[in-house]
Design a protein around this ligand. Structure first.
Ligand SMILES: *Cc1c(COP(=O)(O)O)cnc(C)c1O
Ligand code: SF4
Length: 468
């Protein structure tokens, strides 16, 4: 690979300059024109995705030109200064009313509450930066890694988990960074699944994206490539035959998209998903549970039904992360459990997502379900179904043989499974006062190599911290 910067490529492949953030004087007069559907769909360039990107709503002035009724809402520009705004004309056209009753409005237009920053909210609650062995690659789960290809999205979701990166500076990874990532993947053959994410990788030019796919595909230990993208929802025009033809050269490639509400399922979105599916790209969906948008069992049912109809498999339902700027979108976890209770029994398993809480401090995704196990004994497990019927499942007459302890325990892979299988007898937190005191006493008794140069320093710090 040469030393050319990938991010320059994205600029040179644009056939027109990026939209100006300056408001031309003549346009400010437009506010006297009554509210209408923004940028009429009859515009000859409507179906050109680059036109959609160039004409995104980026400033308060752009916004009130589309929606003059928002003129009095001057707080919007203050929020947009902190968290960038971008709305494609297409997505803006899905806004039916400019108030909080409209889910698309809520997901796209900044609100004053985004500036509310209680101290339990963080810029990077999942601690992704801590799990980055090389810039732009998050390696948290043994067999999977997440590649942040760009910081740009076509629409900046107000509820974004990566508010800290999305949109501040619209740029994509450069050649040296891609090379470092590829080298890391080669050195870690346990990584079988690479998720190309961002930002939104489908905002990149097809040729640029292809270079990333080709680089990842060149690592023979990688089995599958996934693309995380909201483009089918906010910029369906991007799903061109040129794109799907390119993607299908790197199979197996999977798509994960992000529909949150039935109002996003439009003829355009349906056509985009059909193109992807027809190119052999299986599509999963990741929904974020959002207060006042989709936190109702009926809305979620309608969404999931709509998704399977367009061959999109509901994959995850995410509890809203503890991200700074999204407090007004959070629901209690109980709301998610309530929704899962409702869906099971009403919908095919194919249409039911897994509800997960992506936990703070990099705890990762934890699935949460209503409790279905009522009780258990060695001979019976008592279960309940969605209707409340209680039934017992008689366990096998012959007890299960025990696996001999620790024969198959793999080093470096420790979890609750190892404890359950008898390979490990406990999982103990290391940071408690008691554990520190124990470690310090062990050191004092000379159970550690006292010749180690750092021994005394370590001992001192353990004693001062653990004393008490
Ligand atoms: C969610 C996530 C993955 C993928 O997880 P799956 O459960 O396989 O979809 C990988 N890496 C990171 C850092 C993630 O947050
Ligand atoms: S498309 Fe994804 S990364 Fe981009 S703003 Fe929306 S949630 Fe964030």
């Amino acid at each position: 690979m040469n030393n050319e910067n990938l991010s320059q490529d994205v600029v040179t492949t644009n056939d027109e300059p990026p939209p100006s953030t300056e408001e031309p004087a003549s346009k400010t007069q437009a506010s006297s024109i009554p509210a209408a559907i923004p940028q009429p769909r009859t515009n000859p360039k409507w179906n050109d995705w680059r036109w959609q990107i160039r004409n995104r709503i980026r400033t308060f002035n752009d916004l009130i030109e589309f929606f003059p009724s928002l003129r009095a809402n001057t707080g919007i520009s203050r929020v947009a200064e902190k968290y960038p705004m971008a709305i494609t004309p297409y997505y803006a056209s899905l806004i039916k009313s400019t108030d909080l009753s409209d889910p698309v409005y809520q997901m796209a237009v900044p609100q004053g509450q985004e500036l509310f920053a209680p101290d339990f909210l963080h810029a990077d609650p999942l601690e992704e930066e801590e799990d980055m062995p090389v810039p732009g690659l998050v390696h948290r789960y043994r067999d999977r890694a997440l590649l942040m290809a760009t910081t740009m999205c076509s629409m900046y979701c107000r509820h974004c988990t990566r508010k800290r990166v999305a949109g501040y500076q619209e740029s994509c990874i450069g050649v040296p960074q891609l090379e470092a990532i590829t080298n890391y993947l080669r050195a870690h053959p346990e990584i079988k699944d690479v998720i190309i994410s961002g930002g939104d990788p489908l905002t990149m030019s097809t040729s640029l994206l292809e270079r990333i796919l080709a680089a990842v595909r060149s690592v023979t230990s990688v089995d599958i490539i996934r693309l995380g993208t909201r483009v089918p929802v906010v910029l369906p025009q991007r799903i061109t035959t040129e794109l799907t033809t390119m993607l299908s050269k790197y199979h197996p490639v999977w798509i994960n998209t992000h529909f949150n509400h039935p109002n996003e399922i439009t003829p355009e979105a349906i056509a985009a998903c059909a193109k992807l599916a027809n190119a052999g790209l299986p599509i999963g969906n990741q929904t974020v549970l959002l207060r006042g948008i989709n936190d109702s069992p009926q809305v979620m049912e309608e969404l999931c039904r709509g998704l399977v109809k367009m061959r999109v498999r509901p994959y995850y339902l995410f509890q809203c992360d503890l991200v700074r700027g999204v407090e007004h979108f959070r629901t209690p976890i109980s709301r998610g459990i309530e929704i899962m209770e409702y869906l099971r029994g009403r919908l095919s398993g194919l249409a039911i997502p897994t509800y997960v809480v992506d936990t703070p401090h990099g705890g990762g995704k934890i699935p949460v379900l209503p409790n279905y196990i009522i009780s258990s004994s060695p001979s019976h497990t008592v279960l309940r179904n969605f209707e409340g019927m209680i039934v017992n499942y008689p366990e096998p007459m012959e007890p299960m043989p025990r696996v001999p302890p620790s024969t198959s325990a793999r080093s470096g892979s420790h979890g609750v499974w190892e404890v359950a299988a008898g390979h490990s007898s406990s999982i103990t937190p290391s940071g408690t006062h008691r554990q520190k005191r124990r470690a310090a006493r062990k050191l004092q008794r000379g159970e550690a190599a006292q010749t180690h140069p750092e021994f005394n320093l370590l001992l001192e710090s353990l004693m001062s911290e653990g004393g008490g």
